[in-house]
Design a protein around this ligand. Structure first.
Ligand code: FE2
Ligand code: FE2
Length: 168
């Protein structure tokens, strides 16, 4: 049986993953309208990944005898000016998510809940990958600057960066 403290923390994480999915979805829609088709596809598929992160938590809680809480959807930011702004927001958001995961990992040790601790290792690895990916993309955007040809190639090639090695 899962302890209440852990249950609360995991339920909060469900909301954070759901909010992440909405954030990526809004960014995907923005990119699509701007004609950045490759970037839009990358972001749409990332929105799906975040939803999968949320589902994984829901199932884990329910399997351990808890009751997952399905939260209300928050409205994410809808408008952006540049791709750099989008990916800076992504990096900041992913760093925030990593901190949240780390907090819960710390809590599982305090509560001696080793099965949740073990379960969360997947999220720890995933966050390392996601932060790395966002930094990598920002470095590329920094290099491109406002060069239109560079942005065209970025949008064409971003699909090759979406290699999710940790998805199950
Ligand atoms: Fe996530
Ligand atoms: Fe993420």
């Amino acid at each position: 049986m899962i302890k209440d403290t852990i249950l609360d923390a995991l339920n909060k994480q469900i909301k954070l993953e759901g909010d992440s999915s909405q954030l990526y979805l809004a960014m995907a829609s923005w990119a699509e309208v701007k004609g950045l088709e490759g970037t839009a596809n990358f972001l749409y598929s990332h929105a799906d990944e975040e939803r999968m992160h949320m589902l994984k938590l829901i199932k884990f809680i329910n399997e351990r005898g808890g009751k997952a809480f399905v939260p209300q959807i928050e409205e994410p930011k809808q408008d952006f000016t540049t791709l750099k702004e989008v990916f800076t927001a992504i990096l900041n958001h992913e760093c925030f998510v990593s901190e949240s995961i780390n907090e819960i990992v710390g809590l599982t040790l305090e509560e001696r809940d080793y099965s949740t601790h073990n379960f969360l290792q997947w999220y720890v690895s995933e966050q390392i990958e996601e932060e790395k990916l966002a930094r990598n993309i920002l470095d590329k955007l920094e290099m491109i600057g406002s060069d239109k040809g560079g942005l065209y190639l970025f949008d064409r090639d971003i699909v090759t960066l979406n290699t999710d090695t940790t998805a199950e």
